[in-house]
Design a protein around this ligand. Structure first.
Ligand SMILES: [Zn+2]
Ligand SMILES: [Zn+2]
Length: 370
């Protein structure tokens, strides 16, 4: 280090007290509570949260399906405004509108350099970054903790939002759109003229539909038990939307698809996705199952079929490459992200939003801060 070089760390040494929706333990409803955010590390940025989507994984985490990391502030599909930066040479400035990607990556490890920042060797997810007023460490889910007035996140995960993109739309880019469109374009690489079946038509499944339509798929069939979600899928370009019954699966398997996307997070759906794909076709699994789920394949049949079985974590996005493309397509009217935000709720209405999400009628409820 050269002599007299300035310490780049300018982040505050002070703790910031905020209101956050804390889930005390498995099965507990989120409750607004005062918590402390830590001082900024050199690579951190504090954002004032503007919008955070309620994702299925928030509900599953709160139910205890992923483990025992409690108390926790959930919420990871987050957009907001930069409030403070950890270093004077940060690419971000106070006041910048940003969306948080789930990569939380270092940028220098082998997986980051391979183009898979979501697999970063130094990714911390989650982190016990918050502190209760009694000194209890509190987990920030997915290293975000977005159901709160503010959040401390790694600067590398932030992407600027164009001025005319509303915060709730930008927020869903962070998870649903990254996972859905990213899986179609980066993982499965759907070809024009192909046929696709999508299992699960929540926000991620709907984003898969949007990605397939833009990729030029000729037939996009959505399978979901929810009538309203079937209607949403048809409205954004699915060519058929059907119930998730054995009879439907039987009918669809008689004309198997080039691609199947599993967005349910259940072993049975993963097995169905394989069954609905033609020999030589491509199966992409992306649903977040609970920790006990395993799925079974007949080994001889699977090998003989020469199917490609792929997994997608967060659509393998490179946020600074992919998110600006999503925003550009949205602004030109070709990627209908408005359709994914079917409801908004205030932060103090989050417990109700969690219950509403479990009814699986809309796509995304986005919690917006005033
Ligand atoms: Zn999510
Ligand atoms: Zn890395």
């Amino acid at each position: 280090m050269s002599e007299g070089r300035q310490d780049p760390h300018v982040g505050s040494i002070s703790i910031v007290r905020i209101l956050a929706a804390v889930v005390a333990g498995p099965g507990s409803a989120p409750e607004l509570t005062e918590v402390d955010l830590p001082p900024l590390g050199i690579d951190d940025v504090r954002i004032r949260v503007a919008a955070t989507g309620v994702c299925h994984t928030d509900i599953a985490w709160a139910a205890g399906e992923y483990g025992d990391q409690f108390p926790a502030v959930l919420g990871h599909e987050t957009a907001g405004v930069v409030e403070e930066v950890g270093r004077h040479d940060s690419p971000y400035a106070v006041g910048d509108r940003v969306v948080v990607a789930l990569t939380n990556h270092c940028g220098t490890c082998a997986n980051c350099e391979r183009g898979s920042p979501i697999l970063c060797d130094l990714r911390e997810d989650p982190v016990a970054r918050l502190t209760g007023l009694d000194g209890t460490p509190i987990w920030a889910a997915y290293a975000v903790g977005g159901f709160a007035e503010a959040a401390v996140v790694r600067a590398s995960s932030l992407v600027r939002i164009p001025g005319d993109v509303p915060f709730p739309v930008a927020a869903v880019v962070g998870c649903a759109v990254a996972c859905g469109v990213g899986s179609v374009w980066n993982i499965a690489q759907v070809c024009p003229g192909s046929t696709v079946v999508v299992l699960g038509a929540g926000a991620v499944g709907a984003a898969v539909v949007l990605g397939c339509v833009l990729a030029g798929a000729e037939r996009v069939v959505v399978v979901d038990p929810s009538g309203p979600r079937q209607q949403s899928a048809l409205a954004i370009g699915a060519t058929e939307a059907v119930d998730a019954t054995d009879e439907v699966a039987e009918r669809l398997s008689s004309e198997p698809f080039d691609y199947a996307f599993e967005c349910v997070g259940k072993a049975s759906a993963m097995e169905t996705a394989v069954r609905l794909t033609r020999r030589g076709g491509t199966v992409t699994l992306m649903g977040a199952a609970n920790r006990e789920e395993t799925f079974r394949l007949n080994a001889l049949e699977f090998v003989s079929s020469q199917r490609r079985l792929l997994a997608s974590l967060g659509g393998n996005v490179q946020p600074h490459v992919d998110f600006p493309r999503y925003f550009a397509l949205y602004r030109s009217g070709r990627l209908n992200l408005d359709a994914l935000v079917t409801a908004t709720a205030p932060l103090d209405g989050i417990a109700h939003a969690f219950v509403a999400n479990a009814r699986a009628t809309g796509l995304r409820t986005v919690v917006t801060m005033t």
